[in-house]
Design a binder for this molecule. Structure first.
Ligand code: MN
Length: 196
């Protein structure tokens, strides 16, 4: 696992994002979901593992409805320090746009029966293309899975398991976005309408 790709995509004189240093961190494994309004609105889903944040871009955002199988495109590992990043990535930079933390907390890697497993075993499951984990966030709670689709290296699905935190109602992560995030999006949409 390496942050070379992360660093090579960014000029740290131009972007407020943290530069990438691999680093272990004491305590429980963390996760963060960032709402990122770049050229396209998406949610970045990140799980701490082996000194970095494994990352997926989820166009529709996570869902608590087990029927929603949300497309999750694996992207480059991010540094752990990225978990607290919010702000504007200036025009001309990779991922230019607005980033807000949508949810954060800790997670436990689990096996098929919901028993906690080691980070090492979890990393092996990730390589094998199927991970399960229990989330302890404000919005995201309970068990989820990320499953690799065999059609290419990057395509995964993010799926909520049926448990007491699951819902059968329609779920939109936008309903839980911060007002500041939505205001940014509204302003940007207004600008793009004027351009037409
Ligand atoms: Mn992103």
């Amino acid at each position: 696992m390496s942050l070379v790709k992360y660093n090579s995509k960014r000029s740290f004189n131009d972007t407020p994002e943290p530069s990438g240093k691999q680093g272990s961190k004491p305590g429980k494994l963390i996760f963060v979901v960032q709402r990122h309004h770049a050229s396209h609105l998406h949610y970045d889903f990140r799980l701490e593992l082996e000194g970095a944040l494994k990352s997926w871009a989820v166009p529709k955002g996570p869902s608590l409805n087990p029927k929603d199988k949300r497309l999750a495109m694996m992207v480059e590992d991010h540094p752990i320090s990225y978990a607290t990043f919010e702000g504007d990535i200036p025009a001309g930079n990779y991922g230019a746009g607005h980033v807000d933390i949508w949810d954060h907390g800790t997670y436990e890697p689990v096996d098929d029966n919901g028993a906690v497993i080691t980070a090492r075993k979890f990393a092996q499951n990730l390589d094998a293309g199927s991970i399960k984990f229990r989330m302890h966030g404000k919005h995201l709670k309970g068990e989820f899975a990320l499953v690799h689709m065999k059609k290419d290296a990057k395509t995964w699905l993010l799926i909520k398991h049926k448990d007491k935190y699951a819902t059968e109602e329609d779920y939109s992560s936008e309903d839980y976005a911060k007002k500041s995030s939505l205001a940014y999006t509204a302003k940007r949409n207004e600008v793009s309408v004027k351009k037409k």
